[in-house]
Design a protein around this ligand. Structure first.
Ligand code: UT7
Length: 338
């Protein structure tokens, strides 16, 4: 349902991101498992990933770097932040929340915060959640973070998953839009728990608390049955992107940019074709970062920020573990050029 009772529209007014310096290239992986650069590039589009090697640093450290940069860019003090929502499936610990730790690390002394778990759709779910606080007038400054240290749950002996993921963080600031036109216009979100059969991290929760057995069975690593996930992702991400265009009366020509979750270049291509938009309107940086789970979409926004114009129609789309999927339609609210 489109937002009908909006007091004001929530707009992204600043974006920032952080990726660690260390790289894990396809050549590196070929020395660790039976794979090669040609297979990885042609099946996924990935050339390298950034990895947070320092064992004393975690997801909150990457998130905090992104939020610090965000505040500097926007010229605000972290104490002005009202809420921090962090989308992640690799929290530093089960509690306190990663958002809580980020707030502490950046000096967001007046903020409250919480984590949101929706895997690769986490950033979109968090963006919709955060936008409610702006739209209903409760808060002035909401920070939405997508951050994952995927290298801590990837099994680097499993060639079918270890080539896919990287570490990183992105953050956006949500504020009331300066005008009625721009900001977040609409969202569509779905989830289907049947997807847990195909993509999950089963160990460490209340169903399978940590034990020697869960460790022996590698249940603390991400498990993915790639083919069914691929099939569901191609359909889910393409359909939901088309659905949000249709109900907002948008054609391919009206869309300035598709901002897709970066899981596999072939999934992104299928979405672009279904939407009927040109290839050069699609943000793609999967070759440099791999799948950073909750961080892919804000990292795209960071990397393309200078190309975005006020009023541009953006479709954000994601599909991920759970299953979870969704899309957001927003009109970009600022020019970096001006
Ligand atoms: O973001 C969260 C959602 N996740 C996704 O959207 C990921 C969805 N899934 C995928 O992206 C793809 O299924 C993968 C990239 C994981 C796999 O690509 P695929 O084209 O579905 O490959 P496949 O699983 O059908 O495997 C084809 C072959 C198999 O060999 P055989 O059985 O045909 O002899 C695999 O064993 O490729 C083999 N293979 C590899 N070969 C070299 C699988 N992984 C590798 C590898 N290097 N890393």
């Amino acid at each position: 349902m489109a937002f009908n009772n909006i007091i004001m529209r929530a707009a992204i007014t600043c974006v920032a991101g952080y990726v660690p310096d260390d790289l894990l290239t396809n050549a590196d992986l070929a020395e660790m498992v039976d794979t090669n650069d040609e297979w990885i590039k042609s099946r996924t589009g990935i050339s390298q990933r950034h990895i947070l090697k320092d064992p004393t640093k975690a997801t909150s450290d990457m998130g905090a770097e992104a939020v610090k940069t965000l505040c500097e860019k926007r010229g605000i003090d972290p104490s002005e932040i009202d809420v921090i929502i962090t989308a992640t499936v690799t929290p530093d610990m089960l509690f306190p929340s990663t958002a809580n730790l980020i707030a502490h690390k950046v000096g967001a002394t007046k903020a409250w915060g919480f984590d949101l778990s929706a895997a690769c759709s986490g950033f979109l779910f968090a963006l919709t959640t955060g936008s409610q606080f702006i739209q209903n007038g409760t808060y002035k400054k909401v920070v939405v973070v997508g951050a994952d240290k995927m290298s801590t749950i990837v099994d680097y002996t499993d060639r079918t998953t270890c080539v896919l993921f990287g570490d990183g963080a992105g953050a956006v600031l949500l504020e009331a839009s300066e005008d009625e036109e721009n900001g977040i216009v609409d969202h569509i979100h779905y989830c289907d728990g049947e997807g847990a059969n195909y993509l999950r991290q089963a160990g460490g929760g209340s169903l399978n608390p940590a034990s020697h057995e869960t460790v022996d069975k590698k249940m603390h690593f991400l498990y993915q049955d790639g083919k069914p996930v691929f099939k569901a992702a191609v359909t889910g991400m393409a359909d939901v992107s088309y659905e949000i265009m249709e109900r907002n009366g948008l054609t391919g020509n009206d869309v300035a940019w598709l901002v897709p979750h970066q899981a596999n270049l072939r999934i992104i291509d299928a979405t672009q074709r279904r939407m009927g938009i040109d290839k050069d309107k699609v943000m793609i940086n999967i070759q440099d970062y791999g799948n950073t789970t909750a961080a892919t979409i804000p990292l795209c926004l960071r990397d393309w920020e200078t190309k975005l114009n006020k009023g541009d129609n953006l479709i954000l789309a994601a599909f991920g573990g759970g299953f979870t999927w969704g899309s957001i339609y927003l009109k970009w609210a600022y020019d970096t050029k001006s």
